[in-house]
Design a protein around this ligand. Structure first.
Ligand code: AMP
Length: 463
């Protein structure tokens, strides 16, 4: 039974979906005004692995993500770069989708743009006005009156902003009835993008796009809502206030999952602090596999402090697994032994069942590497054992996306191969041709060919 920590109840709860083995999941998507950074990557890799895990357990997951393609930041950046807000948004939406593909994020069922949902947004605002949850400020817009919704604050357990909230988008207006009231519709200023509404030409507030998008696809209630923790307040609190006021049903989402930040020296990676690395810059230098391991070896709710040290350490860990796999592929042992693969598999699933504890799952993986290597050096690992382990590693790979298998050979040879090649080179230098030849044969047994070029020996994987 899968258990999840629910931000709404502050407890781990068994996952009981509204319909058996089907899950409706909404995760807040990006605001497309610039390139995405590793912080965004962290959040979306975590949810991608989580969805892959649910699918591996037989769930059908309808994973919906919004694209915020109209917002103050987009309008501002468009002005600065002298393009229309729409041109800018489409450009960075394309970059975002490209980045997600490069990160191996293929689990999202649908991306939905805010601006494709203007009629649904208007209907929701009309309902809020009719029910008395919203009020109009002439020439300014429509605001939500947070005092009218008695449950306001039930997710975050508060009603006012704190430092780490998504503060960039508080809707300032001196005429608001309460300080915390937020905009549902903003009357557009001259030159700003605008859509026709019963209250004048304008554009939607940030929170209403998500409830319009989720109601259209899931109805007024669904299973799971996710996002990074800075969105708990005011964004997710506002979503609840809107949807539950409109439908009169609660909860809007039964479970709320919030991921921790990717930080740099303890500070959230963000555009505004300038401490960011774009996903594209990272992938120009490193493999996506390293980022996925770096993200998933932390629990999704914990912060990850990004550093060169962490990057190097993760690289080494990945190499250890890669080497282990290479050795397993060549394992031809005949000895009949029992390697406890079933137990490892059971442990792996049971820690993921427990609030998707990926660090513990990766610890199981390393345990397999250690035990497997010990058995191999003692020559008690049979070919059959090796195949079973490889099969298990493939299963792990389908959830975590570390690409252990089936990738082109762009990685450097594992250390064990480099050491053998070095030994061969030393024999050659001493003109001990017989030993050098023996080493060449050993390398071939390991699946590597050595080519002596004018620039020195070059290793090539035998495919
Ligand atoms: P934004 O485009 O700023 O709306 O962010 C899109 C998503 O990425 C939201 O769920 C953010 O909370 C999340 N996010 C932004 N920065 C970070 C970070 N440093 N660590 C983790 N998640 C982040």
């Amino acid at each position: 039974m899968i258990k999840l920590y629910n931000t709404l109840s502050r407890k781990k709860e068994p996952l009981k979906t509204r319909s058996t083995k089907k899950i409706s999941l909404f995760v807040c998507g990006p605001t497309v005004y610039d390139l995405s950074h590793l912080g965004h990557g962290r959040t979306y890799i975590s949810f991608d692995a989580f969805v892959r895990f649910l699918k591996s357990q037989g769930y059908k997951v309808d994973y919906l993500q919004n694209i915020t393609d109209i917002d103050d930041k987009i309008i501002q950046r468009a002005k600065e770069t002298r393009v229309t807000a729409k041109t800018l948004a489409r450009r960075f939406e394309k970059e975002y989708l490209k980045d997600m593909k490069a990160l191996g994020i293929l689990s999202v069922s649908k991306y939905a743009r805010a601006t494709d949902h203007i009629p649904e947004i208007i209907v929701q605002i009309e309902k809020l006005l009719k029910k008395g949850y919203a009020y109009e400020l002439e020439g300014d817009g429509i605001y939500y009156d947070i005092l009218k919704f008695k449950d306001y604050g039930k997710l975050s357990r508060r009603t006012s902003l704190q430092a780490e909230d998504a503060v960039s988008r508080i809707d300032e207006s001196i005429k608001k009835q309460n300080k915390g009231d937020f905009a549902l519709w903003k009357i557009s200023k001259k030159g700003e993008p605008k859509w026709k509404s019963p209250w004048g030409w304008g554009r939607p507030g940030w929170h209403i796009e998500d409830t319009a998008i989720t109601e259209k696809r899931f109805g007024s209630q669904y299973d799971l809502h996710g996002g990074a923790r800075d969105l708990i307040f005011p964004h997710h609190e506002a979503e609840i206030a809107q949807m539950e006021a409109i439908s009169g049903k609660n909860p809007m989402a039964k479970y709320w999952m919030h991921s921790g930040f990717l930080t740099v020296e303890g500070m959230k990676m963000s555009k505004s602090l300038g401490n960011f690395i774009t996903i594209q810059d990272f992938l120009n230098q490193h493999s996506v596999r390293i980022l996925r391991l770096l993200v998933l070896k932390a629990h999704y709710r914990s912060p990850i402090d990004y550093s060169d040290k962490l990057l190097k350490q993760t690289k080494r860990e990945l190499e250890r697994i890669d080497e282990f796999i290479e050795r397993l592929k060549l394992c031809k042992g005949k000895t009949k032994t029992s390697f406890p693969i079933k137990k490892f598999r059971k442990d792996f699933i049971s820690v993921l069942d427990d609030d998707f504890n990926t660090p513990k799952a990766i610890a199981v993986l390393f345990n397999v590497v250690v035990k497997g290597n010990t058995a191999r050096t003692k020559e008690v690992l049979s070919e059959k054992n090796a195949k079973e382990i490889l099969f298990f590693l493939k299963e792990i790979d389908s959830i975590f996306g570390f690409i252990f298998f089936g990738r082109p050979n762009i990685l450097p040879p594992p250390n064990v191969i480099l050491e053998l090649a070095e030994k061969r080179e030393n024999f050659r230098r001493r003109k001990d041709w017989q030993s050098a030849d023996r080493m060449r044969k050993t390398l071939i047994d390991w699946g590597w060919e050595v080519d002596d070029t004018p620039k020195g020996p070059r290793l090539k994987k035998i495919s």
